[in-house]
Design a protein around this ligand. Structure first.
Ligand SMILES: [Zn+2]
Length: 284
């Protein structure tokens, strides 16, 4: 599932390839992709509109339009946003297709395609007065580590007042927006914290390490274009894979020797409802 680094990589691709362009035709294949507001709202809200910006909060992509409304995309499990020539055949899972008016620089007509084999992802159009009604979860998101930064004092207080395990806290989008299963494992490993350690029992020094690891891991992953797992479902807008999976220290390495301590064997178990990986030597 795409997390902050993957969504940020997609956002950067949108800035390069789509921002400033006008959508001149909207075609919807599978209605499930537009289930929140229905197809008419999406078609009316996007046709003839220019995408002014590409922003991100956590795993949400939000693109303000020249109408004053915004396009929101959540990739969920397997969503992709691809910019492709209309000459190139659409995938069977290309559920929302936005034709972009040609720019003077290029003669080829391109489409922004929302492709989603598992169809958990969504394309939504909402107006400024509809945020609470249509996309209420955006208002409940905690700070984004890259966009806002994580305030150290606030982070420390958040940890101190919950008995939940460290992994569960990192996954809570209302505490920090954008971290999912892969990056929570990688962050906890680098901070040398066991995923089940109660947050209120994380001391000042480990909390410092955790605070630092959030920033370092996410920035390194953005620099690597995100992580593309063996299912190869995550790609950027040009269809390219990320490379941070080659730098994973624990995620997907169950049973292998820890590369950090060269002693522990990476464990895997369900923590906070997710398949989690850690080194029993480095993370006690
Ligand atoms: Zn280790």
């Amino acid at each position: 599932m795409p997390e902050l680094p993957e969504v940020e990589t997609v956002r950067r691709g949108l800035v390069d390839r789509v921002v400033g362009r006008r959508i001149d035709r909207v075609e919807i294949g599978r209605l499930r992709a537009v289930r929140r507001t229905g197809p008419e709202r999406v078609i009316e809200g996007l046709t003839g509109r220019t995408i002014l910006e590409a922003q991100r909060r956590g795993k949400y992509l939000i693109c303000p339009l020249d109408s004053g409304e915004s396009l929101m995309v959540h990739l969920r499990m397997s969503g992709q946003l691809l910019v492709d020539s209309i000459e190139s055949p659409r995938s069977a899972h290309s559920h929302v297709n936005l034709r972009l008016a040609p720019t003077s620089a290029s003669a080829t007509i391109e489409e922004l395609r929302f492709v989603d084999p598992r169809t958990f992802g969504e394309v939504v159009v909402f107006g400024p007065e509809e945020v609470d009604l249509v996309v209420p979860e955006i208002g409940r998101l905690g700070p984004d580590p890259i966009v806002d930064g994580i305030d150290w004092g606030d982070f420390r207080r958040r940890l101190a007042r919950t008995r939940r395990g460290a992994k569960a806290v990192l996954l809570d989008q209302s505490v920090i927006a954008g971290i999912g299963n892969i990056y929570s494992d990688e962050i906890l490993h680098r901070a040398r914290i066991h995923p089940l350690r109660p947050a209120e029992r994380i001391g000042r020094e480990p909390a410092r390490r955790l605070h630092r690891a959030i920033d370092e891991v996410l920035r390194a992953a953005v620099a690597a274009g995100g992580s593309t797992l063996r299912d190869a479902q995550y790609v950027d807008v040009a269809g390219r894979s990320g490379s941070f999976q080659d730098l994973h220290l624990v995620y997907g390495r169950a049973g292998r020797t820890c590369v950090t301590c060269e002693r522990g064997r990476i464990r895997v178990a369900t923590v906070a409802g997710r398949t989690s990986h850690w080194c029993p030597v480095c993370q006690r």
